[in-house]
Design a protein around this ligand. Structure first.
Ligand code: PHE
Ligand code: ZN
Length: 886
């Protein structure tokens, strides 16, 4: 048997036919739905009579007409994935296809499906082919109309892209709506929604003075929870005008929230469809993290209107063209709405925790992959988050104004087109006459570069030298790498902790001036492009402490020769707040690795008092932002530590982290208690930076204290749980208490469930909290939760909470008896029959099995082999499982 087919970027070919207009008609029914699609087809090359190959999957073909004439059986070829017209007429022609589909039975949640009684669609990446036969590729851009017919009582609301141009009643209690989208688009941006929904209505006046109607649709009982989403949408519309000069281009913008959705949300033209957890929020039911995620994702999908929709991707290999850029835009938006430093810390943490391991494992791929089996598997942290870092590097190199010039040129050149990552690169370069040497390697080379820095001060010459040496590790299919273009933002601190003015730097035999317009500069961006390279700062009058990679100016692993005392100094003084946090993290990682070695050698664990002292002074510093403090006293996770070990040892990493937390809690107990007491809410919930910062600090202090598991701290946590008036504090108190395997834990978990069983989003938090628990033997509990009445394998959110949560537990997923691996193996096989995309996300937890000891390797490998031998395995899971074993 042939394995599933791999598709390569190098095989890209222009389509033989373009589609100009597409008129869709849906007749939605309880058993089946009819879809008719009338397409005007234009050959790319005049007179060509190449075959026209259309994609299709799980479709029942009813009829095909060419130029109004119905085709007979032999006039076309049909297989399980294609409909081919072997010799279409030459010149322009119309093609009319009718298919029959069964949305009620569609559990994959791509194409047309039902979610709590409503119809909705998800077409990215290749879901449109489950609706009708089509050239399902993003470089086919057409103008669409969409007529929807359905039962009026069951589906009073009928939505599609663009403008509503007609609606009315039909016989038999049915009605219809006709929508027209004036912008041409690829089929992955098509959307349809039909159901019993109500809307929160608002409006936005664009800077040109046009009024845009905004509507957020949910079942009526959820409408009160859409206020924050609406606020976020308006803020995003304003921000894109202010920062990028980009206005919304239609008179209507719809958002629909659905409970069953594989991903976060989807940017369908003027009809965004969202996972309801990224729309619905109230202070009582959503945490600060939820509020922040809603702001970011509402922004993200809205920003796609320009970066993704107006300018789209030529092919799916270019996915980061829209996703990396749009993530960058949503990161900037969130930074401007809150704290820039804290946002940067969160984004870099995410990159380290999820993307670095991917980049170092069997699924490592460049920001622009070279091949795939299932595109769904490439909606990854590499394409999204590393892609956003690549966009950020342009901005670091060009400055805000230069970056904006590049963006303007990009839209000027490519509005209405389907383009590539090189086109974006060229716009940035040409708008600025920039020299970008080998920057494009960021798109084609996988793996996280490691950069070693050694520094030396010459007291006589007053020079300070930084020597860089870079290495890009081998990744699957790429054994040898070229050196990359790495922007390294640098400042030099004097002995009082102040930034020194930087005047000039020797590099490549020339002396380059740094000062700008005679003004001193305190931070500069060094362009590291070779394997080994030296930069020598002139006029440095005392030995400086270098602050390297300020603001995390490149997605690399930096290894510097800074002494521990230098790091403590940076933690206390760096003017770059990101690097203050980073210095603390470097210290913590070093400390944790040393303790891991002690643990493995069965030595007693002793915590360095300097570390506790350092954290203590951060905790007590009234001049610091509270959210920054919360971040700075949070230890790196077990995953990050395991990532730095030759053989990942989850037991040691966890034991060490628990030990340090308890030790800190013990020694800073008084400060932590007053931190909790002084940061209680005085009045109602407000979503703003100050209030979030206060809650974040209080919650982390409480988590430390509860780790002590003593009666005083448990009572304090119980008190916080009982008096909380918002979910942020209530859930944090619950999580704090749930760390310890006590009777109180069971009682509070039960109490929480009985309070919130009516709210599925809150119940998901309850699932996740238990699933992630590091209490030994928790796999049994998680198995039981699979049978909990509130659990359902068909709902992705529930799977992500319970199964995804479980895979995050170093202790239980990696249990040495293999019980965690066995559990995941069984679930993946079951899940794959329901929803391959979700199953594939879950099976990825196995991908780094080679990082562990021999016993664990064998146990995990056995599960992967068991999965591979399953009959009817999806291409999605096949790709991840086979590459993991390969
Ligand atoms: N394009 C969506 C986004 O990032 C993500 C998505 C991909 C959603 C595929 C559904 C399916 O905004
Ligand atoms: Zn996106």
């Amino acid at each position: 048997m042939d394995g599933p087919k791999e598709i390569f970027l190098k095989d890209y070919k222009l389509p033989d036919y373009y589609f100009d207009t597409v008129d869709l008609k849906f007749s939605l029914g309880e058993e089946k739905t009819y879809v008719s699609s009338k397409i005007s087809v234009i050959p790319r090359v005049e007179g060509s009579s190449a075959p026209l190959v259309l994609n299709g999957q799980d479709l029942n073909l009813v009829s095909v007409k060419v130029n109004e004439k119905e085709l007979k059986d032999g006039d076309y070829l049909l297989d399980s994935r294609h409909l081919t017209l072997p010799s279409p007429p030459s010149g322009v022609f119309t093609l009319e296809i009718v298919t029959e589909i069964y949305p009620q039975k569609n559990t994959s949640l791509e194409g047309l499906y039902k979610s709590s009684g409503n119809f909705c669609t998800q077409c990215e990446a290749e879901g449109f082919r489950k609706i009708t036969y089509y050239q399902d590729r993003p470089d086919i851009m057409a103008r669409y109309t969409c007529r929807i017919e359905a039962d009026k009582a069951l589906y009073p609301v009928l939505l599609s892209n663009g403008n509503l141009i007609e609606q009315g009643d039909l016989e038999d209690g049915r009605h219809y709506a006709l929508w027209e989208d004036p912008f041409k688009k690829p089929c992955y941006l098509f959307a349809l929604v039909a159901g019993k929904l109500e809307s929160r209505d608002d409006s936005f006046i664009t800077r040109a003075g046009r009024k845009v109607s905004l509507r957020i649709w949910t079942p009526s009982q959820d409408l009160p929870k859409t206020g924050h989403a609406m606020h976020s949408l308006k803020a995003a519309m304003k921000w894109d005008e202010d920062v990028f000069g980009l206005e919304y281009d239609l008179d209507l913008f719809n958002i629909v929230a659905v409970p069953d959705f594989n991903m976060g949300a989807m940017e369908n033209k003027s009809l965004n469809i969202f996972n309801s957890k990224l729309v619905l929020a109230s202070p009582e039911t959503a945490t600060d993290a939820d509020y922040a995620a809603i702001l970011g994702v509402i922004g993200h999908e809205y920003f796609h209107n320009w970066t993704g929709n107006r300018v789209t991707c030529r092919d799916w290999f270019q996915l980061s063209l829209k996703e990396g850029l749009t993530v960058f835009r949503d990161q900037e938006f969130s930074s401007d709405m809150g704290s820039r430093t804290v946002k940067r810390i969160s984004d870099v943490s995410k990159l380290r925790i999820y993307q670095y391991p991917q980049d170092a494992g069997p699924m490592a791929h460049p920001v622009r992959p070279h091949s795939y089996i299932k595109m769904d598997n490439f909606y990854t942290v590499t394409v999204y988050e590393k892609g956003a870092e690549v966009v950020r590097m342009y901005k670091t190199l060009l400055g805000s104004q230069g970056f904006r010039k590049g963006m303007d040129l990009y839209f000027q050149r490519h509005d209405g087109q389907a383009v590539t990552c090189e086109d974006f690169f060229a716009a940035m370069r040409d708008a600025n006459d920039a020299e970008f040497s080998n920057f494009l390697l960021w798109y084609s080379q996988a793996g996280t570069p490691t950069v070693k820095v050694t520094s030396s001060y010459n007291a006589e010459a007053h020079t300070f030298s930084l020597k860089f040496c870079q290495e890009v590790p081998p990744t699957p299919g790429q054994p040898v790498k070229e050196p990359m273009f790495i922007p390294v933002s640098v400042g030099l601190l004097d002995s009082t902790g102040k930034d020194m003015p930087l005047s000039s730097v020797h590099h490549d035999g020339t002396l380059q001036s740094i000062a700008k317009d005679g003004q001193p500069v305190y931070s500069t961006v060094l362009r590291v492009t070779k394997k080994e390279e030296e930069f020598v700062f002139a006029d440095v009058h005392e030995r400086p402490i270098p602050s390297l990679l300020r603001g995390f100016s490149a997605p690399i692993r930096l290894e510097s020769d800074l002494a521990e005392s230098d790091l403590f100094f940076l933690l206390a003084h760096d003017s770059d707040e990101f690097n203050r946090w980073e210095a603390g993290q470097v210290l913590a990682r070093k400390l944790m690795l040393t303790l891991v070695a002690d643990f493995q050698q069965k030595k007693p664990l002793v915590l360095d008092p300097k570390f506790v002292h350092g954290l203590g002074s951060i905790l007590r510093d009234p001049s610091l932002d509270k959210e920054f403090i919360a971040k700075a006293i949070t230890l790196p996770g077990e995953g990050e530590i395991m990532d730095m070990m030759d053989v990942a040892d989850p037991d040691a990493a966890h034991a060490v982290r628990v030990f340090i937390r308890k030790q800190i809690a013990q020694e800073l107990k008084g400060d932590l208690i007053s931190t909790v007491e002084n940061n209680r809410s005085s009045d109602g919930y407000v979503f703003n930076h100050d209030n979030m910062a206060r809650r974040a600090l209080k919650n982390i202090a409480l988590a430390y204290l509860a780790a002590l598991d003593d009666p005083e701290c448990t009572a304090l946590a119980m008190h916080e749980y009982q008096t909380a008036t918002n979910m942020t504090e209530q859930f944090a108190a619950l999580a704090a208490i749930a760390q310890n395997p006590t009777k109180t834990r069971e009682e509070v978990l039960a109490d929480f469930y009985s309070k919130w069983q009516h709210d599925f989003l809150v119940v998901n938090k309850w699932f996740a909290l238990q699933a992630m628990s590091n209490i030994p033997g928790n796999v049994e509990n998680v198995r039981n939760l699979l049978n909990h009445p509130a659990f359902d394998l068909r709902n992705p959110n529930k799977v992500y909470s319970l199964i995804g949560g479980f895979c995050g537990s170093p202790v239980n997923f990696h249990a040495k008896d293999g019980s965690g691996y066995k559990f995941l193996g069984e679930v993946v096989v079951q899940l794959d029959k329901i929803n391959p995309q979700v199953a594939s996300r879950m099976v990825s937890a196995f991908s780094r099995w080679r990082r562990y000891d021999g016993t664990r390797q064998n146990l995990a490998k056995a599960q992967l082999e068991m999965i591979m031998s399953t009959n009817g395995l999806s291409e999605n899971v096949f790709e991840i499982a086979s590459k993991s074993l390969g």
